[in-house]
Design a binder for this molecule. Structure first.
Ligand SMILES: [Fe+2]
Ligand SMILES: [Fe+2]
Length: 307
């Protein structure tokens, strides 16, 4: 396609990467994950909230796991704004736009099936959830990566982080909630496929324009935060989720940065501009700082446990 058709934020990278988008999109379609939200739920288990209002004792659960279900579901609810943010770097006629549509279609079922399970199982307060949704969605607050390179590096990290958060939440559910565990495993499976698409697309980006990608990766790693800043009391929930061992800085380092940066081979990437070499140093410094913080927090937690 002609670069003249692209918006001002686009780069040559977006044009050159088009065949890789097609290749990875086809790979994604070759391994379909066809599951139906309505088939995952035991509808007979549901009860009227008007006749029997929600109570914490309906589904005993720690505060951290409840916070995680609440934050993860509201993040899935915020999908319209993520689609908008991705569309800002997806010009008409480019295959990345077709991918966005597929991605949106798959993401949309996550909030559906999660809410069905939440309502039938009564695992979190449905009133609090709906109030949170209203507040969050009115804000429309999501990250807006500046460039296409920023977008694919950010979403690689974000999809991996989301996969880990759903997977670890499922593992914390009571063993007898087979439906809840299955629902979160299905969602985590979708996130895995999304992660693989973006991770490998970014890898292709590094082969085309290593300097632009390195600068983007350094920026996105340094500034990375889980989505959800528009959620009421987000920081309080994030602390609880981290304390529960579901998702925090430790998981970001071990389960997100290690595999993603390793796959992109950040350490050995050659042919970088002076600016990109500087970005690599910044990136390495950022990872070192995160590692030191995680070690400090781990030692502190161990000392507290001994006391
Ligand atoms: Fe999702
Ligand atoms: Fe996803």
């Amino acid at each position: 396609m002609s670069p003249k058709l692209l918006p001002a934020s686009s780069t040559d990278l977006l044009v050159e990467i088009a065949p890789d988008v097609e290749r990875l999109f086809n790979r994604h379609l070759e391994a379909p994950r066809l599951w139906f939200p309505h088939e995952q739920i035991d509808w007979g288990q549901g009860e009227s909230f008007n006749e029997r209002p929600w109570s914490e004792s309906d589904y005993p659960l720690s505060a951290g796991v409840r916070s995680s279900i609440y934050v993860n579901l509201l993040t899935e609810d915020n999908l319209p704004y993520y689609t908008t943010a991705l569309s800002e770097h997806s010009p008409k006629g480019h295959p990345i736009r077709d991918w966005n549509n597929q991605w949106t279609m798959e993401e949309n079922r996550h909030a559906m099936v999660m809410r069905d399970w939440v309502h039938v199982s009564r695992c979190i307060d449905p009133t609090l959830l709906e109030e949170g949704r209203r507040v969050q969605m009115r804000k429309g607050e999501v990250p807006h990566p500046d460039t296409f390179a920023d977008m694919i590096t950010y979403v690689s990290l974000q999809e991996r982080a989301t996969q880990i958060a759903h997977r670890n939440t499922g593992a914390k559910l009571p063993k007898d909630d087979k439906i809840g565990r299955n629902v979160l495993a299905l969602i985590a499976g979708d996130e895995t496929k999304h992660y693989l698409f973006y991770r490998d697309l970014a890898l292709a980006g590094f082969a085309i324009d290593p300097s632009t990608m390195m600068i983007a990766a350094a920026k996105q790693v340094s500034a990375f935060a889980m989505p959800g800043t528009g959620i009421p009391a987000f920081t309080r929930h994030a602390v609880r989720i981290s304390r529960e061992g579901i998702y925090g800085l430790g998981q970001f380092l071990k389960d997100v940065l290690d595999p993603v940066l390793g796959m992109w081979d950040i350490e050995h990437l050659a042919g970088l501009s002076a600016e990109a070499e500087k970005a690599r140093l910044n990136l390495e410094t950022a990872v070192k700082k995160i590692t030191e913080t995680v070690e400090r927090l781990t030692q502190k937690a161990a000392a507290t446990a001994i006391l």
